[in-house]
Write a protein that binds this ligand. Sequence first.
Ligand code: SF4
Length: 356
Amino acid sequence: MKIGIPRGMSFYNDYPFFFGFFTELGIEIVLSDKTTKKTLAKGASLVVTETCLPVKVFVGHVLNLLDKGIDTIFVPSLQSIAPKIYNCSKIRGLPDLVRNVVKRDFTIIEATLDKSEKNMGFYEFLGEIAAGFGITDEKKIKKASKVGWKVYNNFKVMTASGMDYKQAMHYALQGKVFITSDDKEYPISVALASHAYNIYDEKVSMKIFEKLKSMDVKVYSALQLTNEQMEEGINTLEQTAYWANEREMTGCAGHYLKDNKIDGIITLTAFGCGPDSLMIERINRKSKQFNKPLLNLTIDEHTGEAGFITRLEAFVDMLYRKKRARIINKINIGETEYIPNTNFIQVEENVKGKSL
Ligand code: SF4
């Protein structure tokens, strides 16, 4: 038994769980290859132009699996993940979209998760997936679920400790858990608020983590936060969660807006994303109240890397200047409660003590 899993959409949140789950059930997983220009072009050629980038990427990965000879593909129908919390229409209709645009002969494992209208439990969802392979033994399914949660929890423990996504995924799939700590002092820290499928796909995000790291910027994201912290972040934005992935967007931004170690917030959204445009509006308003700089980056298949880097560099440069001014002012008025690392800043004699 084999299942093809496209590297797109919920893959970036749920893969550790499904790795454990399918492996325990004796189902071999075949992943699509990492996203390339070709994946994107092939996916984009089958859907209407207005479709958001992550969906185009996902369709490209389905095609990649079919080209590899895999004819059973996992495209869950994720309607609602909690009571009155819904996914966007594109995620909800993903199996139908794939079936209608990919005109080839293959089977879609499209179990439905709907905790609102159908009041479904998670086990029912897992049972439907397993039934696609003729597995109906409840004990076996529960055991596989436990293994899935174990891999997932290990992954979360590692990312919460600050380990980066790729490394934590690598160890979690090997059944290992390591705790990491980064003692290096960074002159600037930013929070990156976005959906996992936008920032952990290196082609889509244009390796934003590496780019910021090369500018000596420490990057925080939703990965380091607990669900409770993200819920509290949503409250900070005076918002009620409606969309399934608000936690990693508004929850993450709301939490880090209040965090003094964060110098600025970066959001990364796909062009044409309806839910994100609403969420960004809230983040934008609140960032002004918290006096925290915000950079909104929008991506689509035409986004050029040069322009992307320029905007990042300009933002980071502005954060350096803002921090420098703040430090000088603090020295001036004798505040002592916050002592940042100033080794990286060349304070010129003639501007010392002045407000920049
Ligand atoms: S939430 Fe936005 S980016 Fe994600 S699938 Fe829906 S429209 Fe696309």
